[in-house]
Design a protein around this ligand. Structure first.
Ligand SMILES: [Zn+2]
Length: 305
């Protein structure tokens, strides 16, 4: 019996993408990883059990102090209301001391703002292909990004890689990256073999009808003023928010559209979710909610060094 994997499969405090990282780590396919564990009133014991299983396996880990986080709890007319949902802990997990030491080196370069050195180390830490890391470093430079992609090419690639490689956690250098393809199929096999219950649920196609609200239009942001990199657009990448819950959650979905919608547009849609990717078919524009606003007190789940 593999207690750690069994625990991860059942634990409600991990997102699916984090469950994948953990199962791969526990199976030896990844040498280190980072995952947030969310604690709600319903899973208060999970921090204790997670750490117990990690210790039993002899893995090294460090854990951050707890931070609060919010989730959307209601959408009332033009107000998207966020409420305190629980606390979360960030875990860095390492196969052995060698990777722990490498992680300390990684943090050192992040703090020095030497992102290129840090990214190379992150590649060895988390098992990312070199071609993708080199490309990721180049794409820190907005000029490079602007010369390489149009608005449409950039966001189309984002959607395609998410759909094509659901088991990897790095940004592939291209949709045709051979290393990412190899890694994705190796990870897929590892998950299927070590966590078959989770795997079956993850790859299952689930469809639902829902109303979605156009929240914002995405762009590549530059500088402290967060200016948009592309002015000319051949299509629109939107963030859509569920107006009513889907599987009890007000999800946020990215959606690439040929049609232009204003903020607050309510679209009736069919959503098909498979392997963490949502394909969205818009049926019709129902109405536009003016003055859409978020009511919240905390920032989204995330981490700063
Ligand atoms: Zn690559």
């Amino acid at each position: 019996m593999e207690y750690l994997v069994d625990f991860v499969e059942k634990c409600s405090g991990f997102e699916d993408s984090d469950k994948i990282k953990l199962i791969l780590f526990a199976s030896g396919a990844k040498p280190s990883t980072f995952v947030p564990l969310k604690i709600f009133p319903s899973n208060l014991g999970d921090k204790f059990y997670f750490e117990k299983h990690l210790k039993e396996k002899g893995f090294l880990f460090s854990v951050d102090s707890p931070k609060s986080f919010e989730e959307i709890s209601a959408v009332n007319n033009n107000k998207i209301i966020w409420s305190l949902a629980g606390t979360w802990y960030g875990y860095d997990l390492f196969k052995n001391r060698q990777y722990y030491d490498l992680f300390k080196k990684y943090i050192y370069f992040v703090r020095k703002r030497n992102h290129a050195r840090a990214d190379i180390i992150a590649g060895s830490l988390y098992g990312y292909p070199l071609c993708c890391i080199k490309n990721f470093i180049k794409e820190h430079d907005p000029e490079f990004v602007k010369n390489k992609y149009s608005y449409r090419d950039y966001f189309k690639k984002m959607h395609e890689v998410r759909k094509k490689f659901p088991f990897i956690s790095h940004t592939p250098c291209s949709v045709n990256c051979a290393e990412s393809k190899k890694l994705n199929s190796l990870y897929q096999k590892t998950i299927k073999k070590n966590a078959p219950k989770f795997y079956r649920e993850f790859v299952k196609k689930k469809s639902d009808n829902a109303d979605l609200i156009v929240e914002s239009e995405n762009n590549f942001k530059i500088g402290l003023d967060e200016e948009n990199l592309w002015i000319e657009k051949q299509c629109h990448d939107y963030t859509l928010i569920c107006k009513t819950p889907v599987n009890k959650h007000y999800y946020l979905f990215p959606y690439l559209s040929r049609d232009a919608y204003s903020r607050g547009s309510v679209l009736s849609a069919k959503i098909t979710i498979q392997s963490n990717y949502a394909s969205i078919k818009i049926k019709k524009l129902k109405k536009i909610i003016p003055y859409l606003m978020h009511i919240r007190k905390f920032k989204l789940l995330g981490r700063k060094y």
